[in-house]
Design a protein around this ligand. Sequence first.
Ligand code: ATP
Length: 583
Amino acid sequence: MEFSVLADSYEKLEATRGRLEMMAILSELFKKAKPDEIDRIIYLSQGVVAPPFEGIEVGLGEKLVEEAISVATGYSKRRVEEVYRKTGDLGNTAEELLSSKQQMSLFSQPLSVQKVFDNFMKLAKTGGAGSQESKIKGLVELLNNSTPKEARYITRFPVGKLRLGVGDPTILDALSAYKAGDKSLREELERAYNLCSDLGLVARTLFVDGIEAIRKFRIKVFNPVRPALAERLPSAEEIIEKIGTCAVERKYDGLRLQLHKQNEKVEIFSRRLERMTPMFPEIVAGVRKQVGAKEAILEGEALAYNETGGEYYPFQLTMQRKRKYGVKEKAEEYPLKLFAFDVLYADGEDYTQRPYHERRKRLEKLIGTGSVIKLSDMIVTGNPKKLEEFFEESIEKGMEGIIAKDLNAEYVAGARKFAWIKLKRSYKGELADRVDLVVIGYFLGKGAREKFKFGGLLCAVYDEKEDMFKSIAKIGSGFSEEQMKQFEEMLGKIKVDHKLARVDSEIKPNFWVDLKYVVAVAADEITRSPTHTAGKGKDESGYALRFPRMMELREDKSPEEATTVQEIIEMYKMQKRIQLEEV
Ligand code: ATP
């Protein structure tokens, strides 16, 4: 495929304000793709050169890209900077400057998707001495052969500003529409995606081997599996009522890790499926020593644990282990333990479709003696009183609560199901659980806050069915001065001049932003609201948070992993039941 076809689609995507239209543009694009290039088309459209878990980044600084534009167009660096200041966008800068040099590109070959992809991949893999020059050269080569419109996207890509706003569910829908003409294959495609976290691979499999191969898609070591998530219920009684006799495990407050092993090779992925192997050397060693299988995928919660005192350290200390530098020192200061709670795969057997009780048995056999990996503490009970006692004991030990697990349920990758139910301590007059909201816009400061170009956030929850982000709260409190400065800076970088196609909000902030940040928010309760769009039906009001307060940035969550509309509705129902009991 010629790159111009991709650039035309990107231009259309940029201009759309609706998600359905986005899907249509993508499926039209897919129809023009050959099987051996569809994965590259998907990666490029996601702004990456490989599935995000591989962590391969093109990562060129703006200065280098400015230099490449200068070399390719023949304009001085000062002129490039001037135009950049005026347009505020490197893509538009390259486009404008290249337009006035149009005659230069008359003799050049049309760029292919393959060529663009290969050059970006080369840029990503170039490191070490002299790498800056070769990176600039690689980009200049592309710009020398590109039309002004192509240059717009070629320069935005390496600085991470492609900003097409297409989410994974939209790509899955578009793949289904390409193959079946409608969304009917979405669920099957999504299952494969949940097992491998690689949209390029899913698309290639569909294009090369058809839907049958998608149906037979299997888990693979070193492809992270999208994690199973827990529902909420307000009491031990309701949990037992819902799933009967169940396993009850402590809810450790640490980092969720997925461990992949093949012989001596070990990889560790975070809840967001980022590769974290270099950060946790003691866990890598623990897996090699204690996991008794040639190949395995297991999950657990890692946390700093004081062996002498037998106490769990608070979450903040565990979080200090998420670092690139000083790994060894911190690992000595706060070594981690991993509390293993599930096995997804072992020696050729896919366990995701086996019931919990079988998986637990396998897990118990899998973990050998050693001091790093321990099994999660667990009891099996059908008695709400016993469950309650275990819960109280967990809180006393400094944990968040418990997770009850349906003994007969499969491991449902990438979904929040009642197979797992979390119970946390609830405080009077407060929502029992914090919610994780996506920042969709922000307001300027007023009064004392005028000195910051930031006064508060407009936040949304995720509507999984529609793949849309729906407003639920304006948040003006809970920010320290430092945080306000931080938000001013962070959000200033991702401002956009219109509401994105996947955002649904009747409230207009001073600025809309790209979907990037997720914040944990506490509130007093959930109320019905005529102004917010979360859960809003034709004749029904939406939902809002009463007295929302910013708690922290959740860097471990992507926008699609924020609290969903469905969860808000469930929490609202739970809250009503508790209020009735209290009367
Ligand atoms: P939270 O903020 O409550 O952790 P979350 O959205 O990050 O919510 P949930 O799916 O709601 O994640 O809660 C499950 C999380 O609890 C898991 O992602 C995992 O990190 C953690 N966890 C701690 N102990 C266990 C356990 N024994 N079994 C499963 N998950 C556990």
